[in-house]
Design a protein around this ligand. Structure first.
Ligand code: IPE
Ligand code: IPE
Ligand code: MG
Length: 269
């Protein structure tokens, strides 16, 4: 892929996927997690430790996202869902919230052509009320622009919360039941799935969080029911594609049983 010059004032030059010169290990066929969920955490701590404001930490995280998307494509991951702004993040200072809204909009604007060039399909998961209209417009534009791509689906989770996602699904089911369009006995896993923000999103295989915190913070609760969790201490602005590959290595060593069990007495005893 030949890097192209950039013309728009907000655009950034195109880069080939392997601009860092790094390549993932050769994974066994079919072993790579199909869907990786990523909590991009630690921007504020990264900045404060350098005597900078939290906002500078968010800025520093932008290039990490692009690096990790490229690394996910190299590894053969098909779905990457990133937590960009949670329904709980409204609790932050008005200045930080304002910054994060504008920043999400700008990052989408600046990076969409590059993502499109890589064959990334951008999608949005989140709740519409309260989210800035200009952010929704950028998300929808990026969705339309990249709708035909199938190398990697990048779901931007903006104003996303696992509980409100389930509440919204329950409401829509309850409305159908109350109107007589649906029998309570028809409520199944499949039906709930179809009422989620992205109905065709596959289950999360690998859930990664940067920054050392070991919690979900309300991310993809339903979708991660059987995910493998890998927590890395690196703060998000220091995170690279190699950290993602390390998390995939840890994942590959896990034994996913999904509730099943196989008898295998140790013969060496
Ligand atoms: C993650 O970094 C980015 C968002 C939540 C938007 P934080 O802002 O949570 O950084 P820490 O966790 O306070 O260091
Ligand atoms: C989760 O991180 C949300 C995002 C990364 C967007 P937070 O930093 O907001 O979560 P808590 O407050 O540590 O649980
Ligand atoms: Mg945090």
């Amino acid at each position: 892929m030949t890097p192209k010059p950039y013309t728009h004032k907000d655009a950034v030059p195109y880069r080939p996927l392997d601009w860092t010169g790094l390549y993932p290990p050769a994974y066994p066929k079919g072993a790579v997690p199909n869907h990786v969920a990523l909590v991009m955490d630690g921007n504020g701590r990264w900045a404060n430790r350098r005597g900078l404001t939290r906002i500078e930490g968010h800025r520093a995280g932008e290039s990490t996202l692009l690096d990790v998307v490229a690394g996910a494509i190299q590894a053969g991951v098909r779905h990457l869902s990133v937590y960009a702004f949670s329904t709980e993040n409204w609790a932050r200072s008005p200045d930080e919230v304002r910054f994060l809204m504008g920043f999400n909009r700008e990052v989408l604007h600046r990076r969409r052509d590059q993502l499109n060039e890589w064959g990334v399909q951008v999608r949005w998961a989140g709740r519409r009320p309260r989210l800035w209209g200009s952010v929704v417009r950028e998300l929808e534009y990026a969705q339309r622009l990249t709708a035909g791509n199938d190398v990697l689906t990048l779901t931007m989770c903006v104003n996303y919360g696992g509980r409100v996602e389930l509440i919204d699904a329950m409401r829509s089911i309850a409305e159908d039941v109350a109107a007589g369009r649906l029998k309570p006995s028809a409520v199944s896993e499949k039906l709930v799935q179809r009422r989620l923000y992205v109905p065709d999103m596959p289950d999360v295989d690998l859930f990664v969080r940067s920054s050392g915190e070991q919690r979900t913070s309300n991310f993809l609760l339903w979708e991660s029911a059987y995910a493998e969790f890998v927590f890395l201490d690196t703060l998000w602005p220091d995170f690279t594609r190699e950290h993602l590959w390390r998390a995939i290595d840890v994942y590959l060593d896990r034994d996913r049983r999904f509730g099943g069990a196989v008898d295998a007495p140790d013969t060496a005893l």
